[in-house]
Design a protein around this ligand. Structure first.
Ligand code: BES
Ligand code: MN
Length: 463
């Protein structure tokens, strides 16, 4: 183990440079013009995995390629763990809010700035380097490992879901490890035992067949932007509850014990409010901020478009108005059932003066697992060793829908071991990854495997 840690220490500067190279690819999965950049990024990663000593395949899919990289197999029935990450990133817009260009990584103090640095390139790169350290120092790994690095996480992981079906027998494993989430601060490493689910949709309100003069026609035809605004406004009540009949029916209430534990997590509403730049916090009545952002469902407008957006004014009644929505779901809400309820309510609320078109997007179930099992306990020990601090248990508000496919298709639970800090700005301008978290992540990737393998039952799985 010491050899592994020394290797990581010694090569840290080089690894940071390599991470900068990785971040340089504008691998934005939502934007078709970046298709080539995703392919180039995947090839770069294949090379990186091979250089680390992994047997690596670049697997084409109908979307972006998936990288599969395996430690050399030694036969027998050693436990098998999977490490998941994604090389695709969110769009970097609006560019003008970045202090330096999003795909020209910049290091300032202990922060590496760039789109994707934290979500998720830096986080899974730490695991890769830890395994490289084992392989390069000739330190025996107590288990078999497979890295699965995909390029469509930010757009719903469709190709990976299909890939899991095809490669189920290769990928069957004892547990999956993912670092694609956060921790409260550097002093509080965390095991995340729950993620929210998600359901995305678009609503288009169609009015007149073209934009109309608002003076000549105004007052005699419905304004689609107004109709959409009124409709959306009725989807949430003044207590911050979602006003859709049946929406809360399947939710498993938080136990008094869990609420007590969540209340112990390091958090200050005042600091949180200031950090977010809002005049006051908002949320569902009866719940704390920590609960609202991780253990309660939401309905958010992600985008709202209609009418004239240019300089000055233009007196029109727009022909249409559109909204992009996502709902975050908690155990045991099901995206498909929620979709039906939301659609039904929108149609009920729509006035007869406009046409409504609803398009459903991606969806994913919420995730919850018990942190009392042996794998979770092993992860907690590794967190403590690598961060030098007692870890906490937490829920996250974000979604990684593929974890449910892992459970269904590979029969294994996912350990969520985040390395992101609350001010990493994922999906926002000036995303960064903290280099102390990178170093701790590499140490975590060193300590984790002996801890996990020690407790894993002898594997009967073929891999
Ligand atoms: N890394 C995030 C998910 C995340 C962030 C989990 C913070 C926990 C805490 C991931 O890359 C992401 O952004 N996922 C999307 C999923 C969606 C596009 C299906 C999300 O949560 O919006
Ligand atoms: Mn993301």
């Amino acid at each position: 183990m010491q050899a592994v840690l020394n290797y990581l220490d010694k090569h840290e500067a080089k690894f940071v440079e390599r991470l900068c190279e990785y971040v340089r690819f504008p691998s934005v999965s939502a934007q078709p013009q970046h298709k080539k950049d995703l392919a180039a990024c995947a090839e770069w990663m294949v090379n990186e995995c091979r250089e680390a000593g992994l047997e690596t395949e670049l697997c084409p899919t109908s979307g972006n390629p998936i990288i599969l990289a395996r430690t050399p197999r030694r036969g027998g029935t050693r436990p098998h763990f999977l490490v998941y990450g994604h090389y695709d990133v969110q769009p970097a817009e609006p560019f003008d809010l970045w202090k330096s260009p999003p795909f020209e990584p910049r290091i300032e103090g202990r922060a590496l700035f760039g789109r994707g640095a934290s979500d998720n390139k830096g986080q899974h790169f730490a695991h890769l380097k830890a395994v490289e350290a084992y392989l390069k120092t000739g330190t025996e790994l107590p288990c078999d490992l497979t890295f699965v690095i995909e390029g469509e996480e930010e757009v719903g992981s469709e190709s990976l879901a299909e890939f899991l079906k095809q490669r189920q027998s290769d990928l069957r494993c004892d547990a999956i490890v993912i670092s694609d989430n956060g921790i409260p601060d550097k002093e509080h490493p965390a095991l995340t035992y729950a993620l929210r689910g998600i359901f995305a949709m678009e609503i288009e309100v169609q009015g007149p067949s073209r934009d109309l003069h608002s003076g000549i026609y105004g007052g005699s035809v419905e304004n689609p932007a107004m109709a959409l605004s009124q409709l959306l406004a009725q989807l949430r009540d003044k207590n911050g509850r979602i006003a859709i009949p049946g929406f809360y029916d399947d939710i498993v209430a938080l136990s008094a014990y869990e609420r007590k534990q969540l209340a112990r997590l390091p958090h200050s509403d005042a600091a949180y409010r200031k950090f977010l730049g809002v005049p006051a916090l908002f949320g569902e009545k009866g719940y704390t901020s920590v609960e609202r952002r991780s253990a309660r469902p939401t309905l958010e407008i992600n985008g709202l478009t209609s009418g004239y957006q240019g300089d000055g004014s233009k007196t029109i009644i727009p022909a249409w108005a559109r909204a992009k929505l996502t709902l975050r779901l908690v155990p045991n809400q099901k995206p498909e059932k929620i979709r039906k309820l939301v659609e039904k309510r929108i149609r009920e609320l729509a006035p007869p003066t406009v046409r409504i078109k609803i398009t459903s997007g991606h969806g994913g179930d919420p995730y919850l697992f018990s942190p009392t099992g042996v794998e979770a306990q092993a992860a907690l020990r590794a967190l403590k060793k690598s961060f030098g601090r007692e870890p906490v248990l937490m829920r996250e508000g974000g979604s990684i829908p593929i974890v449910n496919n892992f459970k269904r298709q590979l029969g294994a639970e996912t350990l969520l071991l985040g390395l992101a800090l609350p001010d990493d700005n994922p999906h926002s301008p000036n995303e960064k990854f903290d280099l102390d978290c990178f170093a701790a992540g590499m140490r975590l990737g060193a300590y984790l495997w002996p801890e996990l393998a020690a407790d894993a039952k002898p594997s009967k799985k073929i891999h």
